[in-house]
Write a protein that binds this ligand. Sequence first.
Ligand code: TYM
Length: 330
Amino acid sequence: FIRIADMKTVFSGIQPSGLVHLGNLLGAINNWVKLSEKNSKNYFCIVDLHSLTGLPNKDDLNKSISDTLKVLIASGINLDNSVIYIQSKLQEHAYLSWILSNFCQVGELQRMTQFKEKSSSFGTHSGLLTYPILMASDILIHKANEVPVGDDQTQHLELTRNIAERFNSNYGEIFPIPEKSIGKSGARLMSLRHPENKMSKSSDDINGTIYFNDSKESILKKFKSSVTDSENTIKYDPELKPGISNLIEIYAAITDKEIKDSEKEFQNLQYGEFKIAVAETVVDYLEPIKKKYEELTTNDIKDIVEKNLKLAHESAAETIMEVEEALGIN
Ligand code: TYM
């Protein structure tokens, strides 16, 4: 697992703040699996330091960390060229974050949509404000070129690019400028109950979110009660038909088909039949992940975690050495 100059490095992260849901899987993890089949070096991180901004209960956080880790391992990510690890165990993330905070304007942080949204509900502690700098350090610590994320992370990635450019122009070309990558569909899954809001872990209406470990019955029930519209035409139009479009999006993301083809496939069905067809596709998609998740033993996980943390540490230490040298603090 050594650095080869022309090999692409991929980094992405997920917060351990509750159960992994279908939005995480189709917007991000599914693309991690695909990228891990290619010839790249991949780092996939459980970003527990980020979750602290929500002031979680300690037992909940602890459980979420191990659950999320298991889901990532069970998702089918190719472990031969991918490193899955926990952010807090690699203290270089927080160290680099301090360094990078000097290359980021306060005004830029205040303009982040996620900061504006969250600061009203949790109050405003400075962790919420500086969150995107920690995210930049996650990406830059392994000199990632590509960051597969859902649509909601676009602004944070833009900021990361600005931070990297500013560091480079002051202290020399240390960081590659990372690109965002998004799957051809599924980048923004909406709640099944409130299709104007994105699907999230902590939605007010849990029937709008499909969790990775939902039972078949529960998935069917959630899809049957999903909110659509009063027409009966299956057409992709996110603005006028957000509910139906979201179902088409889910189907296209899982099957890797084009939106247009997915739409055509169902055009003669009633809404009720269409909902069941999508629900069954989701059940089939989640089945092997759930099965593997249940089969994983504590020992399997322990081995992977130890080996991967060592690899992540080697890569981070190398970057930190270059950064310290560039800054004159070596
Ligand atoms: P998080 O934990 O909220 O989500 C993890 C990934 O899932 C995607 N996602 C969605 N995609 C489609 N539809 C949805 N409804 C949906 N909900 C979530 C997210 O876009 C994300 O890709 N700040 C990040 C975590 C992070 C990170 C990083 C990501 C920290 N450092 C460095 C990439 C690189 C977050 O809160 O993701």
